[in-house]
Design a protein around this ligand. Structure first.
Ligand code: 3HC
Length: 317
């Protein structure tokens, strides 16, 4: 009995130390003691964030060979390369919590792990590349700037590095949209069509409304999230609407209206049926995204084997 009491006392002390660090806003580091729930929550969120970065390379990769100029191709290539790097930072941050890269990839391929809803839509025209950079990366920046202050050290440091590159992504997308809106009527219609198709799924990126989010209360308690889904969504809307109006795009939301009292935009209802349909595997491109990822992962097996063999050889020298 005495041993059990000692164990309970020690566990209580360790929890108090963890809670004290969270309270003070100290970073939790990989070797720190942490509740299983905290570790599990982070592995889920960080690995899904990493999957999103890598899967997000597909819709944009679709336009590398069809970019309208050499410069546009170079900028798009740089952006896509950045996203791959973001995925690697985040997989490495998740690995510090005790999950292996193989386990994370298996979870993705078996549908156990999600990735962002937004990457299950097709990139139909060059204007989509503009809308993705401007709206998708714009939404990601709003979320990721907040995540720079997340309580888990490796995740927060990865966010600081990633946010520096995301602002270039958002700007390159906005520049594409601005250029097209100054172009021919066809180009303006193409840009407006992309706006219409990407606006609402970009709002869904922030997750369900706060009252419907099963993870937000823990995320806020453990300072993993420093703002709620709705707070971040609102910040994105308030920042993006003036940008759209500046270049002459029409917002695809007839209920969008500035609310003087609340000092922010009121917006129309989000189609959560579409959101859950897409994140549960039934979006326009879910199957294609997974098939591509699984095929390329298999084809790249020899690179991983060679890298492992090399690092083993180096260890034995
Ligand atoms: N897409 C897919 N699934 C989503 C989602 C979305 N946009 N929003 C929420 N979900 C899922 C959650 O994963 C959770 O399901 P799970 O239990 O199976 O994981 C469920 O819906 C409930 O959602 P919650 O809001 O309760 O879940 P979270 O507290 O995890 O909040 C989140 C969701 C806001 C996406 C949060 O996980 C987060 O901030 N993640 C980090 C940021 C991120 O992943 N961004 C993805 C885009 S990355 C990107 O755009 C790259 C850029 O360079 C282009």
């Amino acid at each position: 009995m005495e041993l059990l009491e000692k164990y309970d006392k020690l566990s209580e002390q360790l929890l108090k130390t963890f809670e004290g660090k969270i309270e003070r806003g100290d970073a939790i580091e990989p070797r720190d003691n942490m509740p299983d729930g905290y570790r599990k929550h982070l592995i889920r969120q960080i690995s899904q964030h990493a999957h999103s970065e890598v899967i997000g390379m597909q819709p944009e990769g679709n336009w590398i060979t069809r970019a309208p100029s050499l410069k546009a191709k170079q900028v798009l290539l740089a952006k896509i390369q950045d996203e791959g790097g973001h995925g690697l930072y985040l997989y490495s941050a998740a690995e510090t919590l005790g999950i292996t890269r193989k386990e994370m990839i298996d979870q993705l391929h078996t549908g156990k792990a999600k990735y962002s809803n937004i990457f299950n839509y097709p990139s139909l025209t060059w204007a989509d590349i503009g809308a993705i950079g401007w709206l998708v990366d714009g939404a990601a920046i709003v979320n990721q700037v907040s995540l720079q202050r997340t309580s888990y050290g490796p995740y927060s440091r990865a966010m600081v590095r990633i946010c520096k590159e995301e602002s270039f992504h958002q700007r390159q997308g906005y520049e594409i949209m601005a250029k097209m809106m100054k172009g021919t009527k066809d180009q303006q219609e193409m840009a407006q069509d992309a706006m219409n198709r990407w606006w609402w799924p970009s709002l869904m990126m922030f997750g369900p409304h706060d009252g419907e989010s099963p993870h937000t209360s823990d995320a806020v308690k453990w300072k993993i999230k420093r703002s709620s889904n709705d707070e971040l969504r609102q910040k994105f809307i308030d920042k993006t609407v003036p940008q759209a109006e500046l270049i002459g795009l029409t917002m695809p939301d007839k209920d969008l209206k500035w609310n003087e009292t609340k000092n922010c935009y009121d917006h129309g209802p989000i189609d959560w049926n579409e959101f859950y349909r897409v994140i549960n595997g039934n979006g326009p491109c879910n199957r294609q995204r997974m098939e591509h990822h699984a095929r390329v992962h298999h084809e790249g097996g020899w690179v991983r084997a060679a890298a492992e063999a090399y690092s083993k050889k180096k260890e034995n020298i």
